[in-house]
Design a protein around this ligand. Structure first.
Ligand code: AMP
Length: 435
């Protein structure tokens, strides 16, 4: 499938797509859109970054627009359930963008804020409703949402919903859906609870399985820095003070770690916000907004909280901790280098993270270039084909390069060959990188 015209969407949608600059449907779009247009149920095993929002939004807009049926007060025709407020807002924004030439209304409801404007939006009648489960149930219980006219139901990021404890809420919502409807189900992974849910919800679905988008990774300049645990905060501060760091996301493994890192950065005068699962919805939204509108230049985040965030112009992703699973690494670094832009992803690696590093490099199929000498313990296991490779031809001997970005400090790192010299790096962005 080379172009959107072949998908058979209405012209108003093709125009909006062209305006967005999309030329070719992504694999999930090419496979899902025709089936959804035919009225089939769909199981999409895919994560954010694959273009899955458009994969369901475009055929839904197409279907509702062709039908020409208008929603009456509080009775949406399509419902999209999303796990977080950020994602709900993003999805609703996508519906507005793709549906800009159509007369369909989209309401978005989520918790943590007053329900009053949401209720009046619903009362005016919205064909499309994007919602998080908790607030939707509240509004349903109060009689502000009636799902009896629903034609299309989308459950997005189902595995994450389960992670966040939404299964009972989802079950309650599903119980209120009309029997006759089209259901679309998206999940990055398929644990047993999710499989059960798909059996309950989907009838003869087409299954579309899309691997996480790898292309972005090739545009991202990946670098490693072998560090001691206790020196990470100080190095982070120095990195973030560099002029070329316009907008950075710093990933930590734990929620507490994210808060600590953010507080310490703030104390040194770096503008930073934090986003993780223990923060209230409004605090998360505020953090995201301040990052989006550039009030703060650094967002400290955990994996779950950051999933689905799509912000342009992120110049750097810094892994303060390496993620536990290798796929999250790809996901994290994909936050930068979006839309064809170059991005830099720098990962700290402490000596207790070598195993994790090895599994990441195995998934990537290459060794990540390091800014300082690679300790022997961090080399790939013999036989995996990677030992001793640096990921870049002709530069396997990295010893001798200073490990301190942009500072050329003399900090000595005992026992790490080549990392103690006070040589100045020619800059964090660029040298020591592969393109
Ligand atoms: P999603 O997986 O829905 O979060 O989409 C990830 C990103 O890809 C978003 O920034 C979309 O705007 C973008 N996108 C979606 N479909 C296409 C396409 N066919 N061509 C180019 N970019 C796209």
């Amino acid at each position: 499938m080379d172009n959107f015209e072949q998908l058979g969407l209405i012209e108003a949608l093709n125009q909006a797509i062209a305006k967005e600059g999309y030329t070719t449907p992504t694999p999930i779009q090419a496979q899902t859109i025709p089936a959804v247009l035919e009225g089939r149920d769909c199981l999409g095993i895919a994560q954010t970054g694959t273009g899955k929002t458009a994969a369901f939004a475009l055929p839904i807009l197409d279907r509702l627009s062709r039908d020409g049926r208008k929603a009456t007060a509080n009775r949406p025709l399509a419902l999209i359930l999303a796990p977080t407020r950020e994602l709900a807002i993003q999805i609703s924004g996508s519906f507005s963008t793709y549906g800009q030439n159509l007369r369909l209304r989209c309401a978005c409801v989520f918790g943590g804020v007053s329900q009053v404007p949401q209720v009046s939006q619903l009362r005016r009648g919205s064909e499309i409703l994007v919602a998080t489960p908790g607030r939707l149930l509240d509004l349903m219980n109060q009689g502000h949402v009636d799902l009896s006219s629903l034609q299309i139901f989308v459950l997005d990021e189902a595995d994450r919903m389960l992670d966040m404890g939404f299964l009972p809420d989802i079950q309650r919502i599903i119980a209120k859906l009309p029997k006759q409807k089209q259901s679309l189900f998206f999940s990055a992974t398929m644990p047993p609870d999710i499989v059960d849910l798909t059996r309950q919800l989907l009838h003869d679905p087409i299954t579309v399985n899309v691997a996480p988008k790898q292309v972005s990774v090739t545009q991202i300049d990946q670098q490693l820095l072998f560090v001691e645990r206790g020196e990470r905060q100080d190095i982070l501060r120095q990195l973030l003070s560099l002029e070329e760091v316009e907008r950075a996301i710093v990933f930590t493994r734990t929620k507490r770690g994210a808060s600590v890192v953010c507080d310490r950065l703030r104390r040194t005068g770096i503008t930073a916000a934090v986003i993780h699962g223990n923060k209230s919805q409004s605090a998360r939204q505020q953090a995201l907004e301040s990052f989006r509108n550039r009030e703060v230049s650094v967002l400290v985040a955990t994996d779950i909280a950051a999933r689905g965030i799509d912000i342009d112009g992120i110049s750097h992703v810094i892994n303060f901790d390496l993620p536990v699973d290798a796929e999250s690494y790809v996901h994290r670094i994909g936050r930068t280098g979006r839309a064809g832009a170059d991005g830099i992803a720098l990962s700290f690696c402490t000596d207790d993270e070598y195993d994790t590093l090895r599994s990441i490099e195995k998934l990537l199929g290459r060794t990540i270039p390091s800014m300082n000498a690679r300790p022997t313990g961090a080399n790939a296991a013999q036989g995996s084909g990677q030992a001793g490779r640096s990921g870049q031809p002709g530069r396997s001997g990295q010893a001798g390069r200073s490990g301190r970005p942009g500072q050329g400090n003399g900090a000595s790192r005992g026992g790490r060959p080549g990392s103690s010299g006070p040589r100045k790096r020619s800059g964090f962005a660029g040298s020591g990188s592969s393109r």
